[in-house]
Design a protein. Structure first.
Ligand code: ADP
Ligand code: ZN
Ligand code: ZN
Length: 730
């Protein structure tokens, strides 16, 4: 009987025969080279072995890729992601590929994966099938390589095969092996500069009653091998100490842990605390690691030298064995949802993975999502560990203030703080110098020709930039419509705020933190260190300043535009505005010195502003959940968004309306809203429909089927449809 492989290459499952000489090496999760057409080889992931599913000759596999196989549980997880998010299987399998496998591949023009050369596994092919030829010396190399597991340092290989580097070079040139530069085994920990060996683990503080209770609850779940918990507590309430105790507990039971943080920038600080408490065995896992670092961390995890993995979103797929605990810190952050394909939500994937592997998930936040609040058992850490009270929050009505980003009360607080040598944080959720360039004479507004949004003014030199497509142009001196010189710059961005702060606080150290200033590798720690130096300083910027960075004593915290988030037509607008205010307030007065928090708003009476200023999470979430129930929004339903886009407005309109109508007809229990008009993006017109259903699959599966069924029609009309399950933006 011919062994049979379903290998996944493109977006179909294909059957291949396993040649006899590879029979022992191929199993579910193996990475294999699949001939596809006369010249191409594509990377395949073996999903299962079985008897032939159809008559006819099967093409034999060409070889096994010299990379660790994907463990069955991660294979299952990737396939689940593909089903739940109705995303192409190939994209989802990519999430669980070992780093080396991806290195051997490049994207083909048709979107398939193509092996760059039959790489190191060619050595194994020759080794396992000597009939395929090669010189004796090449066979010796292949045999040594196969004995060494398919990958080994070139020097060791030369010694083992009794050959020279020159032979290896020639074999590499002939595509029989690949040579890679890997100067030394590097660790992902190097990403933050050189870290020495971890210090001996230090015991933690004795836990408070509430912390001990939370750790006990997690232990109970761990013993049962299932369940999730929401850990609610303000910044400084001791959540991280609970995580550390729970991880140590899991380790003592031989279980590994996964620690997710919402963004890469937050890993150094968490890494420090993990190593401090746990010593060795902590790996770092995120997309900013260099290939050699990724490979090193991957190896440490697979070989069991690391049993704790810390990282951003993608770490949820780390190949840990014996998973016991998943921590999702700052669980309210939207960045847990991937923006591009496959559009998975690491919080949901964590839940699914934990359920399948008998692990427990702990979601932590000062401002949890209504979804978690409504669904999960909860432990609250009341107040801050050392009973430092939360600072009072003053709300300033901006309608009564002179123009400019800084109100009189905030200016006063900043001046007083600077005079005392204290630190301040000011948040403004918009980059650039001014949000709008507008002609006072005729009303012209500078807008992006490709995106239908107003352009943001930057300087120096003065230029206009589109935040959606990145297009930049010099700023006009005269109005292009009426030649008037009365151009006005309205609405400050972070750069404009910086200029105002400079005027207000001459000589005070100002540190800007936004996507632009933090972009370069290593620049974030430098900015934060600069801010932390003794003496007065102001850290200002976008919501990055409100994230969980470990900041020194902050005496003044201000939000410039607390309610700007409310303007957005998103059902989560209030949740976001509320969370931003509470998170920023949590940054001030952490060491017990008197602090001031000032929240500027044009609608000071708005619920999110009022309750945010009062730190009233219970009341806000209670009301928010009631409102969601009434309107049938998550957590009382799942949303699935379909965005149709293309260059021809009427084709987009027709396609979107037809999709919405057909979905209504195909799935009677699904409530379909829209299609609504979205602003144009990169020259492409867009329409979005929003489907609401009891289970995500009720809407996602029929929508995917409709989109796939019409694939050819849509392509012919120059239209593309993207499906987003549980979207974070609506
Ligand atoms: P969070 O993660 O909620 O912001 P942390 O766990 O970082 O809170 O705790 C805030 C500060 O209080 C940290 O410096 C931490 O070391 C300290 N801390 C936490 N729990 C205790 C405890 N039980 N006893 C003494 N100090 C503690
Ligand atoms: Zn004009
Ligand atoms: Zn644009």
């Amino acid at each position: 009987m011919v062994p049979l492989v379903e290998a996944r290459a493109l977006d179909r499952t294909l059957d291949y025969a396993v040649p006899e000489h590879l029979a022992g090496e191929v199993g579910p999760g193996s990475l294999v080279a699949c001939p596809l057409g006369p010249r191409r080889w594509v990377l395949g992931v073996v999903l299962s072995l079985g008897p032939p599913t159809h008559e006819g000759r099967l093409v034999p596999l060409a070889g096994v890729v010299a990379a660790p196989a994907v463990p069955q549980r991660l294979l299952d997880l990737a396939l689940w992601v593909s089903r739940y998010y109705v995303a192409p299987m190939a994209d989802c399998l990519r999430l669980v590929l070992p780093p080396r496998a991806e290195g051997a591949l490049r994207r083909d023009r048709d979107g398939g994966w193509v092996l760059r050369a039959p790489p190191a596994q060619a050595g194994r092919l020759v080794a396992s099938d000597p009939a395929e030829g090669g010189t004796p010396r090449q066979r010796a190399v292949a045999a040594a390589l196969a004995a060494g597991g398919g990958t080994m340092p070139a020097a060791d290989l030369c010694r083992a095969a009794g050959t020279t580097l020159e032979t290896l070079r020639r074999m590499a040139a002939a595509g029989l092996v690949t040579l890679e530069r890997e100067a030394q085994e590097r660790s992902g920990l190097d990403w933050f500069g050189t870290l020495g060996p971890a210090p001996a683990p230090r015991p933690g503080p004795s836990l408070t009653g509430a912390q001990a209770d939370a750790v006990g609850a997690i232990r109970g779940l761990l013993e049962r091998g299932e369940g999730s918990l929401l850990l609610h507590g303000v910044t400084g309430s001791g959540k991280t100490e609970v995580y550390l105790a729970a991880i140590a507990d899991a380790r003592a039971r031989g279980r590994s842990s996964l620690v997710l943080v919402p963004e890469i920038a937050l890993t150094p600080q968490m890494l420090g605390r993990l190593r401090d408490r746990l010593g060795e065995g902590v790996a770092v896992w995120h997309s900013a690691l260099a290939p050699a670092e990724r490979t090193a961390e991957d190896r440490r995890v697979r070989e069991g030298r690391a049993d704790v993995v810390l990282g951003a979103r993608s770490a949820v797929f780390a190949p840990l064995e014996n998973l016991g605990l998943v921590i999702v810190d700052e669980e309210h952050e939207a960045s847990y949802k991937q923006d591009g394909p496959p559009r998975y939500d690491a919080r949901q994937v964590a839940w699914r993975r934990a359920r399948a592997e008998g692990a427990v998930v702990v979601y932590g936040s000062a401002t949890p999502r209504p979804e978690s609040w409504a669904a999960l058992p909860r432990r609250t850490l009341p107040g801050r560990v050392d009973d430092v009270p939360l600072p009072p929050v003053e709300v300033v009505d901006m309608r009564t203030q002179p123009p400019g980003p800084i109100s009189r009360p905030l200016a006063q607080a900043l001046e007083d703080g600077a005079a005392r040598g204290q630190k301040a944080i000011v948040l403004l959720n918009r980059r650039g110098f001014a949000r709008v360039l507008l002609c006072r004479a005729c009303g012209w507004i500078a807008s992006c020709p490709a995106c239908d949004v107003s352009l943001v003014l930057y300087r120096p030199p003065e230029r206009l930039a589109c935040h959606h497509c990145g297009a930049e142009s010099p700023a006009p001196v005269l109005c292009p419509a009426c030649r008037s010189a009365e151009l006005s710059r309205q609405g400050s961005g972070t750069e404009g705020l910086g200029a105002s702060l400079e005027r207000l606080l001459p000589g005070v150290r100002l540190v800007r933190l936004d996507a632009a200033s933090a972009a370069a590798r290593g620049s974030l720690p430098r900015l934060l260190e600069d801010f932390a130096r003794p003496g007065a300083a102001v850290l200002y910027g976008t919501q990055m300043v409100a994230k969980g960075h470990d900041l020194p004593d902050v005496a003044v915290a201000g939000v410039v535009d607390a309610d700007s988030a409310l303007q957005r037509p998103d059902f989560r607008a209030e949740e976001r505005a509320f969370s931003l205010i509470v998170q920023l307030a949590g940054r001030a007065g952490r060491r017990g010195e008197p602090a001031r928090v000032i929240v500027q708003a044009y609608e000071p009476a708005a619920r999110a502003v009022r309750l945010g200023a009062a730190h009233d999470v219970e009341r806000f979430l209670g009301e928010e959940i009631a409102r969601r129930r009434e309107r049938g929004f998550p957590p009382f339903s799942h949303l699935v968004r379909g965005v149709v886009e293309g260059e021809d407005a009427s084709a987009v309109h027709r396609a979107a309306v037809a999709l919405a109508d057909d979905l209504r007809a195909a799935a009677a229990e699904v409530d379909v809203l829209g299609p609504a008009l979205l602003h144009r993006l990169r020259g492409r017109h867009r329409r979005a429909l929003l489907a609401r259903a009891a289970r995500a699959a009720d809407a996602a599966v029929p929508l995917r089927a409709l989109v796939d069924a019409r694939g050819a029609d849509l392509r012919r009309a120059g239209v593309r449809a993207v499906i987003d399950v549980d979207p974070q933006e609506t």
